[in-house]
Design a protein around this ligand. Structure first.
Ligand code: C2E
Ligand code: MG
Ligand code: MG
Ligand code: MG
Length: 285
């Protein structure tokens, strides 16, 4: 009986491995076609000034629906795009589209755009971004490039060079998902980031005054302020989290409480709605 179980175990294992591999191959094939067809599009999630509630800008988040109609998470397909050598093409398409979309927003509204870890090894990355800005006419000072902590640490030399290149023409550099990687707070001062985004994982236990998370966030915000770095809180879902993060002195906020990522043609309506709300508050309606 033990033998049969063992053998069955192996069979089950092989079957599920095969399934995983088949699924991975299918996704890669479909992704290749999707990139060729240019059907992966940026959606936009609002970034809000916590003091006053004005819109700071929008973060472009890639959205892809595969042939079976399933929305595939960018956390999944960006990694496949990196491994399949598709990331340069895909990212170029997304940035070009995002710049064109953002040109129709109010004139000071920022566009935040994610760069994946593998892209940071590309010595031509800076040039590619600058070229797209040139082609679309999108002003560099309205662009924020988001890079994750782990990627920067892993690719320190190339990343530093690219960051300097982009900063020289006025692009803002954002350290994304801060607090999940291994970069020390002292690295913050060396690398001249303009903004850090405190990872969503810190929002959970923010309600408790003495929680470790609250203390860490307070320290991050304090240090950033001292260094002149803007702080953004990701993943604000509840009013209590918003109140807490405001008290801690964070500058910007992002999360489902303000709005999820929306397609380009919903942004104008969203902005109009926010303006109407603000007018109501001003006029005491
Ligand atoms: P990220 O850059 O940290 O983006 C924030 C993620 O948190 C987004 O997930 C967003 O939808 C989600 N989020 C925002 N507010 C909330 C909230 O209140 N609650 C919860 N539970 N989630 C919230 P999304 O769109 O699935 O993207 C996941 C990751 O995929 C991004 O994390 C980013 O690293 C990557 N990604 C997305 N689009 C692109 C892209 O165009 N290029 C690259 N290189 N990476 C991208
Ligand atoms: Mg991001
Ligand atoms: Mg993030
Ligand atoms: Mg994140």
């Amino acid at each position: 009986a033990a033998k049969r179980r063992g053998r069955n175990g192996v069979c089950v294992f092989e079957a599920s491995m095969r399934e995983i591999l088949t699924e991975r191959v299918r996704l890669e094939t479909e992704l290749r076609e999707a990139v060729r067809a240019g059907v992966i599009r940026p959606h936009y999630q609002p970034l809000i000034h916590l003091d006053g509630g004005k819109i700071h800008g929008f973060e472009a988040l890639a959205r892809w629906t595969d042939k079976s109609g399933n929305a595939v998470s960018p956390a999944v397909f960006i990694e496949i795009a990196e491994e399949a050598g598709l990331i340069t093409d895909l990212s170029g398409q997304l940035l070009r589209q995002a710049c064109l979309d953002a040109l129709s927003w109010p004139s000071e509204t920022r566009l935040a755009f994610n760069i994946s870890p593998a892209q940071l090894t590309d010595r031509l990355l800076g040039l590619r971004i600058i070229q797209i800005l040139g082609e679309t006419g999108f002003p560099p000072r309205r662009l924020e490039i988001e890079i994750t902590e782990t990627a920067v640490v892993r690719e320190l030399a190339t990343a530093t060079q690219t960051i300097e290149e982009l900063k020289r023409i006025g692009i803002h550099i954002v350290l994304d998902d801060f607090g999940t990687g291994y970069s020390s707070l002292s690295q913050l001062s060396n690398m001249s980031f303009d903004e850090i985004k405190i990872d969503r994982s810190f929002m959970n236990s923010l309600g408790e005054e003495d929680s470790k998370q609250t203390k860490i966030v307070r320290a991050i915000v304090g240090l950033s302020q001292g260094l002149g770095i803007t702080t953004t809180a990701e993943g604000i879902e509840q009013l209590s989290q918003l109140e807490r993060i405001k008290e801690l002195g964070c500058n910007l906020g992002q999360g489902y409480l303000f709005g999820k990522a929306m397609p380009a043609n919903h942004v104008a309506g969203f902005l109009a709605g926010r303006n109407a709300q603000e007018a109501d508050v001003r006029l005491g309606r």
